[in-house]
Design a protein around this ligand. Structure first.
Ligand SMILES: *Cc1c(COP(=O)(O)O)cnc(C)c1O
Length: 460
């Protein structure tokens, strides 16, 4: 049986933390999100895959790779036919693998409904939550967003049975296009435009979660530390390997990293048996992790630095606790290290480097000039990290770098640097014409609570 424990289970005498020593099922980890001691849930044991089964995915649809992984994680909790219908429904878009040169590839994770890799995790998680909720009892997802996560979550849950989504966003802090994306999802997804900052939205959501009057509504979060979002992120590494590798090959992946959820998917894929030679984890100028690998001392970057790759402006990655635990260490939510991991082992498996904004711009330009491949800032950090690895550490034949968003989401950078206007993916076309209004709220908790009490449903 696979059980899930908290990264904080061994902490003793730490003020404010009461270690959670029990284990839970996948279903409980999915619906609770975080352990009661604010630790992160970790699967034990990690299920193993046979490399033969992975290689047999060559030429097969993405959903087949998702089935292989999800069935392994859920074998004790969901029957294979249900897993099949979850993955078939979640993955109805393409996953292009673009050759850059030789056997160096780019995997574009930008063909989903909001054109970022977050669609992959959010869509599987939404469908699993729908399956695992108590029959007849409605789940209400509350999310605070500063922009992109909210629309990825909203689109992922759109039309999913038995679940309603309420998204809170700060009225003055989202871009015009982000607001349009959030306001117009429709169906079972409502946007609340809050007169306040992102932190105010987060505070409203946190208060609602701990408000006993709202327990009847079965509130849940869909945040990025949920293991239900990590598991689907192991799939594309397995898929890419199957498409690109010959038997016996080992592959290098480069993953532009912020909260480390994406890279964690690769770390788990390797531990499940995928022949990953090295995981390259470039960051932007928020360099706490590459600095730690070099110096052995972990210090979060606070406040975080604002870089072009804005979805990676993270000064203390929320999934670092999982990486530390996988290498024998422990760090808590605040960035306090209780036990250092085995850094030698980490450096054997992981290469990390900080990429500046200037290097990000240069990379967008040089990759286009040399190979005709269009990158946006996040993907450029990924590619630059791979170049740094190949030049500085060792050349390696089979490599795949991840492009985590569509270049059309960052027209200002791409157009300024390359003089071209990237063609938007189908999911982003016609967005200006979409109709929908947000509900405007002041940011007062009691007004928000009264809104929830009036509008949320408790049953199907
Ligand atoms: C969230 C995000 C990232 C960073 O992923 P993590 O899992 O937080 O490391 C990179 N690129 C884009 C476009 C993102 O939205």
């Amino acid at each position: 049986m696979i059980r899930y424990h908290s990264t904080n289970r061994h902490l003793e005498n730490v003020p404010g933390i009461v270690a959670f020593k029990e284990t839970v099922s996948f279903k409980e980890a999915l619906l609770q999100g975080q352990a009661p001691d604010e630790g992160l849930f970790m699967p034990d044991p990690i299920p193993m895959l046979d490399v033969k089964d992975i290689l047999a995915l060559k030429g097969k649809p993405y959903a087949d790779a998702a089935f292989l992984v999800a069935a392994a994680f859920l074998k004790d909790e969901l029957d294979p036919a249900a897993v099949r219908s979850v993955v078939d429904d979640a993955y109805n878009f393409s996953v292009p693998l673009e050759k850059v040169y030789g056997r160096k590839y780019l995997m574009r994770l930008d063909q989903g409904p909001t054109a970022s890799f977050k669609d992959f995790a959010a869509r599987m998680m939404a469908r699993l939550m729908s399956r695992f909720r108590d029959a007849g009892r409605r789940l209400n997802v509350l999310v605070a967003t500063s922009g992109d996560t909210g629309s990825a979550v909203g689109e992922a849950f759109k039309g999913v049975a038995g679940i309603d989504v309420t998204i809170l966003y700060p009225r003055a802090e989202v871009s015009g296009i982000q607001q349009k994306q959030l306001d117009t999802i429709g169906a079972n997804v409502v946007a609340l435009s809050i007169d306040g900052k992102f932190d105010d939205c987060q505070d409203l959501v946190k208060r609602a979660f701990s408000d006993p009057d709202l327990v009847q509504f079965n509130l849940t979060s869909a945040n990025s530390i949920n293991f239900g979002r990590i598991m689907p992120q192991t799939v594309y590494y397995i898929y890419a390997y199957a498409q690109l590798a010959d038997p016996g090959d080992e592959i290098v992946f480069s993953v532009p990293s912020g909260n480390f959820g994406d890279a964690l998917g690769c770390e788990y894929a390797r531990r499940m048996g995928l022949p990953v030679h090295r995981l390259v984890m470039p960051t932007n100028e928020n360099d706490e992790f590459p600095s730690f690998l070099n110096s052995g001392l972990y210090e979060k970057v606070s406040p975080s630095r604002a870089c072009l790759s804005n979805a990676m402006n993270v000064g203390h990655p929320s999934n670092l606790a999982r990486f530390f635990e996988l290498y024998g260490g422990n760090v808590d939510r605040t960035g306090c290290v209780h036990k250092y991991p085995d850094r030698q082992e980490m450096r054997k498996r992981i290469f990390s480097v900080s990429v500046s904004d200037a290097q990000t711009r240069e990379t967008i330009k040089s990759v286009y000039d040399r190979y005709g491949v269009i990158l946006e800032p996040h993907g450029a950090v990924g590619w630059k990290g791979l170049e740094a690895y190949l030049e500085g550490v060792e050349d390696w034949p089979l490599c795949c770098s991840l492009e985590t968003a569509h270049p059309a989401k960052f027209p200002e950078h791409v157009t300024n640097l390359l003089g071209i206007v990237p063609e938007p993916p189908p999911s982003m076309q016609g967005i200006e014409e979409r109709k929908g209004e947000a509900v405007k709220l002041s940011g007062d908790y009691f007004e928000f609570k009264s809104y929830l009490t009036r509008t949320l449903k408790t049953r199907d």
